[in-house]
Ligand binder design. Structure first.
Ligand code: PRT
Ligand code: ZN
Length: 289
């Protein structure tokens, strides 16, 4: 691809594959407006100085390293396999998967019993490093696709492959016995950027962090008895404090707050114990703190 000669920030994303759609959705959630249709090599945002470059995921790290792109969104697994030194800025919370060691169900093989066995994988570097660290000598054969059928074909005793739901392994009578690495879509950047591009990146990071933070929070509204106000404030601190207003019925308050997803259910249970009723929960689009 010819280098784009302008001062816009450039981000490389997967053209067509598992990360394509969630990546574009994430960029749109960050308020970036752009057209995206198949067969496109790049697109320019209408409302931010950003070019989106579409390519194979394996090419993204090199594009970012040589500066053809300033940023990239790629699976952590690809970065590990290529042992590429780029700045990892953010885990984006989608494209989650694990690289696992899987064996035929009936083989009853455990990790230590793989000594001297044949392992098929598309991730030879990570696999070699993993078994070396475990001090288990194995033979590794590289397969670029359909790794899961290697044991049935009789060309491997076990495999090291990506898994998300696990149904592909199950359909091939394989079971995962160890997790080698966990991976998610990751935002990477070229470490040498002009001051003006860094400024654009800062603006973009505020937006990206806003989208990610919003996913960790819920907005809640409820009615609660006035005499429990102090306890309510302790249970739901909100971003600063809950917003309290008075209901038309004496002795009752309306309470509104932002609550973290991971403590959401505990918070709701405590609020119910304090007499809260009519609880409404809303998703949050963005949080800028
Ligand atoms: O064409 P290009 O080179 O760009 O794409 P690709 O074919 O190399 O990659 P692609 O699109 O398959 O995956 C892109 C990235 O998605 C990977 O690098 C991972 O970071 C991430 N990812 C997330 C996954 C999975 N989930 C996943 N499930 N990559 C592969 N899989 C495979 C898995 O190995 C199995 O074969 O998908 C199949 C279904 O998985 P189960 O467990 O849900 O059955
Ligand atoms: Zn690829």
């Amino acid at each position: 691809m010819k280098k784009l000669q302008n001062q816009n920030l450039k981000i490389a994303v997967q053209k067509s594959g598992r990360l394509s759609q969630p990546t574009l959705e994430f960029l749109k959630q960050a308020g970036l407006e752009f057209e995206s249709y198949k067969q496109q090599l790049f697109t320019t945002c209408n409302n931010f100085p950003l070019e989106i470059l579409y390519m194979r995921d394996d090419d993204i790290p090199n594009y970012v390293i040589d500066g053809s792109a300033d940023l990239g969104i790629v699976g952590g697994n690809v970065l590990e396999e290529m042992s590429i030194k780029v700045d990892r800025l953010l885990g984006l919370g989608f494209g989650k998967c694990s690289l696992v060691v899987a064996v035929p169900k009936e083989s009853k093989l455990s990790l230590d019993k793989l000594n001297g066995k044949q392992i098929a994988t598309s991730y030879p570097n990570i696999t070699e490093k993993y078994f070396k660290a475990k001090k288990i000598p194995v033979s590794i054969s590289l397969l670029n696709g359909s790794v899961e059928i290697a044991p049935t074909m009789g060309i491997a005793d076990a495999i090291v492959d990506m898994m998300s739901s696990g149904s592909t392994l199950a359909m091939n009578d394989l079971i995962p016995i160890e997790t080698v690495i966990r991976s998610e879509a990751t935002l990477i950047r070229n470490p040498t950027m002009s001051a003006s591009k860094k400024e654009l990146l800062d603006r973009l990071m505020t937006r990206f962090n806003g989208v990610l933070a919003a996913k960790q929070y819920k907005y809640i509204m409820m009615n609660a008895p006035e005499d429990k106000l102090e306890e309510i404030k302790r249970v739901i601190p909100g971003l600063k404090s809950p917003t309290i207003s008075r209901l038309a019925i004496p002795g009752w308050l309306s309470v509104q707050a932002v609550v973290k997803e991971d403590v959401f259910w505990e918070t709701m249970e405590e609020m119910k114990k304090l007499g809260a009723a009519g609880i409404i929960v809303l998703p949050i689009e963005k949080v800028i703190v």
